[in-house]
Design a protein around this ligand. Structure first.
Ligand SMILES: [Zn+2]
Ligand SMILES: [Zn+2]
Length: 296
């Protein structure tokens, strides 16, 4: 079984309307790309900030610019007109946990991908509102980033921890902290271990300035030691990127001894044997996840 759960049906810009991209023809393009790459299980996880309802949670100026669409129309389209799993990529906004929980619980989602793109108001991966212009040291940014990742896991709001070391997004264009990066990764591990959240392996980092998989192998090893299962995704924003560079992801997973991937339905998690070609969404080997975070 191979999965691609962290998918967007459109690019991130304003011009990408739901009228154009939330169509069966576009979904067919994603399905065809997935089939070519032996990926049977597909889900879509549009950004929460593209929906007007997100402004109940946070009113960051970036969100205010983009919150045009209706969340329930999106859910209805995916459920009624496609065979994709229904997910959402939701930012962790400290202090807004209850509001986010209400928004998510009111929808019939298969899974929630939890992201940290902002440290308070400062964006980790955008030039606008950049945290890198905040005057904070690189060490402080990395420390706060991984603390926030740990808090997002511990919140219990999410099924999957997205692109877990996104702080490296800029690659050589931003300095790295001195020393062993595992000192920073460690700050997230209690939250990951206690929550039982699945950790995303995302090939998107290979397409960004980072030029590396999210997360780094050292981060993933620590998560595996903490008992976290793996969810595999490309974070594609166009059909061509569905399952992109999965050969490299599978090589890393094999090297680290990962043999199972998460499957999600109705916010319940199962584990299925990892591997290309086993093209069924209900493999005989699948079993219920036993981690505490899978029961919510
Ligand atoms: Zn993201
Ligand atoms: Zn994404």
């Amino acid at each position: 079984m191979l999965t691609d759960y962290h998918l967007h049906l459109r690019p991130d810009g304003h011009e990408a309307s739901t009228a154009e991209y939330h169509s069966q023809a576009n979904v067919e393009r994603y399905r065809a790309a997935a089939e070519e790459r032996g990926i049977a299980e597909l889900g879509v996880s549009e950004h929460i900030y593209r929906f007007t309802q997100a402004l109940e949670i946070w009113r960051h100026p970036f969100w205010e610019q983009f919150a045009h669409d209706d969340l329930d129309e999106y859910c209805g389209f995916i459920r009624e007109r496609t065979d994709l799993r229904l997910g959402i990529e939701a930012d962790f906004v400290p202090g807004a946990e209850d509001r986010l929980a209400s928004l998510l619980e009111a929808r019939d989602l298969d899974y929630v991908v939890g992201s940290v793109h902002f440290l308070r108001d400062g964006a980790v991966d955008m030039d606008d509102y950049s945290v890198w212009d905040s005057g904070r040291s690189v060490e402080e940014i990395w420390r706060r980033y991984f603390q926030t990742i740990g808090e997002s896991a511990a919140s219990g709001l999410f099924d999957v921890l997205a692109h877990p070391d996104l702080v490296k997004y800029w690659g050589p264009e931003r300095p790295l902290p001195e020393g062993d990066l595992r000192h920073y990764y460690e700050l997230a591990m209690d939250g990951i271990a206690q929550s039982g959240i699945a950790v995303e392996v995302s090939t998107a980092g290979l397409r960004k300035r980072a030029g590396e998989m999210y997360p780094a192998p050292a981060f993933l090893s620590m998560c595996l030691e903490a008992g976290a299962p793996v969810a595999l995704s490309s974070d594609a924003h166009r059909p061509e990127d569905v399952g992109a560079d999965y050969d490299q992801a599978l090589e890393m997973l094999e090297r680290l001894g990962v043999q199972e991937l998460c499957l999600f339905e109705g916010r319940t998690r199962r584990l299925a044997p990892l591997g290309a070609g086993a093209g069924t969404t209900d493999p005989a080997g699948a079993r219920e996840g036993s981690a505490p975070g899978s029961e919510r």
